[in-house]
Write a protein that binds this ligand. Sequence first.
Ligand SMILES: [Zn+2]
Length: 336
Amino acid sequence: MHLGLVLTAPPDVLEQVPVEQMEQAGAWALFLRCFEDELRWRAPVVANFSQRVHEQHLRLFLVPAGYGILAAEQQPSSLFVQVHPDTRQVDNRGRRLQRACPNNPRYLEWFTTSMRTLAWMIEADGFAWEEPGFHFGRGGWSCRCHYCEELYVGRELNPLPMELTPSLLSLRQQSVAMLVTAASAAVKSVDSGLASLVMPTPGPQTGAVPTGNENWRSLAAAEGVDGLVLTWPPAAYGEGGTGGAVGFCTAARAWLPPTAPLLLRLMCCRDLTETEITLQQLRQVGVQAVLIEDSSLYLGQKRPGRRAEELFGVIETVTRADRGRSGPAISSPTDN
Ligand SMILES: [Zn+2]
């Protein structure tokens, strides 16, 4: 089994990230969440980091946050969306939200250009699109903007409904699939070997959170998408520990086309022993790749702290049996 680490580290901290130690522990890849506001000014720092990662023969995947629609929970706003409020999603009460609408052509143009620029500036092995979608929550949903309305009317020959009907849910899914296809095409126009992965909003099962990215099957089948990154446990179960990960993976596998690579993002427990047990169980059932995300991990110091040492120990134990095997094939099919 191949283990990756999901890191949320500002550019200032990247220099301290113990890449060498991660490689020695047996890590396979780093998934770096990079925020729009930081990348605007500090992209060269991330580019240097990418070089260090590749020198250690690890893979680097970028997880852009912000840009109007990605990882909205962590980075709700975007300079572009603030300057162009007309590109924002409109909720069912007619209010403009912080999130951009994927059906707005001006936004889509800016978003894809931004992703292409990122792919140019930073040498990565791929991108993971984190929770792209429409707003859904507290009785509210989007989007009722002019473009969404036109699309709906054009497709259904009926006015946009006031409720989230099945036909509207399906249109939202189609809009998100088109957005990730556009993002994939943008980065692959720079390097056709770049992998394009989608991280849907965590939900206990498909259909749980209708943000437009809930249909795993159609997301995995979207043009240009090379695989999905699914999260366990979902946020709502956060305190419940990592138990149930095997059952979740088995159920998820049944939803996805057999050829679609599935990466599991495992949110660490406070007690890393439980994380290790879960990882061993996942290994035994043949899960190819797991990305570990640990909110207690802090890397902004000269030497890795106790938590980091402990985590690297877990990675080392779990990967020991698989040493020498090649990584999962999640690069783009056009990669030679
Ligand atoms: Zn819209």
